[in-house]
Design a protein around this ligand. Sequence first.
Ligand SMILES: [Zn+2]
Length: 611
Amino acid sequence: MRRFLILALLGGAIALPAAVPVRAADPIRYRFSFPEPQHRWMQVETTFTDLPSATLELRMSRSSPGRYSLHDFAKNVYDVHATGADGRELATTRPDPYGWNVPEHGATVTVRYKVFGDRVDGTYLGIDTTHAHINMPAAVMWARGLDDRPIAVSFVQPAGMRWQVATQLHPAATPFDFTAPNLQYLMDSPSEFGPVAMRQFSVGGRTFRFALHHTGTDAELDSYVKDVEKIVRTEGEIFGEYPAYEPGNYTFLADYLPYANGDGMEHRNSTVMTAATSIANGRLRLLDTVAHEFFHCWNVERIRPRGLEPFDFDRADQSGELWLAEGFTQYYGPLALQRAKLVDLAATARDFTELIEAVSASGHLLRSAEEMSRMAPFIDGGRTVDRTNWPITVISYYPFGGAIALALDLTLRDRSDGRLSLDDYMQAMWRKYGKPGGSREGYVDHPYTIADAEATLAEVSGDRAFAHDFFARYIQGHDVADYGRLLARAGFAVRKRNPGRAWLGDLRLEASGGASRVATLVAPTWPLYAAGIDQDDELQQVGGQRITGDGDLASVLQRHKPGDAVPIVYVDRTRVPKTVSVTLAEDPHVEVVVGDANAAQREFRERWLRN
Ligand SMILES: [Zn+2]
């Protein structure tokens, strides 16, 4: 029985050598080639050896690290063939839409397939005659149960090209060969294969590489990388040190190309940044992405929420901590630009305005920051065909979390007269959760929970009640911090953008055929909501004036004051005519401006913004 089984596994074709040394499993090999890049597909060949006899379950990922919605990458895979060691084709089945099973096979199986990809961003695959921009989950078919096998990847130069590879994968024998210690690391290793311009610099004993595929000049890149280095230095100062990047360096992978989609995606030892703009035209916006993504090499890649560790490629990964993982990063990106002196105070004030305006929107009354984080699988690249009411019930955890970070930073500084700050909190999170690292490369051994994040605030502030109150009110509750008071300590003023202006809500009207349709959802905090008016209703008269568009509405409101009651004649979308009375409110929108700071405010601001 036993002997029979061994022979069956070997396919009965070859005899065992006299002594087989015990050794680790061969790596799983992937070979990427590009026979027709102009048609935007790549050929993948992958070989699995030392396979157990059970059904080989080949999968395409449904999700991708750092992007929280489902993408079902199997949809672009076709012409799939599995063969045994003897080259004979093996039968496959489709147990579900996401994979291929090979029920009967020997110890070695090679799978060949084509995969189409025509999107240059942080999630998908982009193949054309200028490059192969590869996000691994969009390209790689993997075998269930073999997550810990080492992996070898080779890139085949397309005919007539002189492309090179930029990646966080470990270098191997040739410039086209790389390795990954396991599946988690491979999936986290996007690779740019193209005419890459590479620059390198060192900070704090670490090497940083900037790999760029663009249409600009070398001089633009040289000057740009100097600013990137300033950001790397500034953010290193926040944590006091850099992570130990496993391949020996950290790589920025940038595609600034007219046919790229704007994106930034963090990985352990690299980031992908794509934009349709150029260094010449969009420098500051591009640097903002650099500042955001680089902060992630601490926050999220190593200081990692438990819900994301290890990343599950079979489903949408959920975390209630994205207000910290993404939101605090959203706060620190622009702050680093300010501290690196790449922007002026007015620009930073505009960033604060965005955060405060976002957290003040009606959605904060309905979903807490923790609950907003759990919406990520639906809103982060997710698609729906049905209408949702997200515009009035969802606030992105990016600005929501950014606003919480602003409040927490200023509160810590305020309570301690500048001795403590959010930097101390991030350092404490780094020491407890990030720095200990993982016993296997690509993994984090001590991911944190929301309770851990609160306990760390208690430790840093030395005040458990304060930490509990802050989390209960602003993260798990529905309060909005007093930004006016907090920012005043640094000499910023929060003021009404349009003081005294009458306001019905931020509605937009769509004019067609002399009628004015309400083209936005009506939020519960708008005066119009109480009147029962909503999307698709048609405004006919406001305050006695005929309304044919936004201009008419603005002129009516100009003639009124907050508190005035105005009649509105409208037709609801079932064509029933109605008349209601609406009491106008004052335009609630605020802006942060740089005020005339006294000496104490200037000192507070200098410690915070280095300005
Ligand atoms: Zn991010």
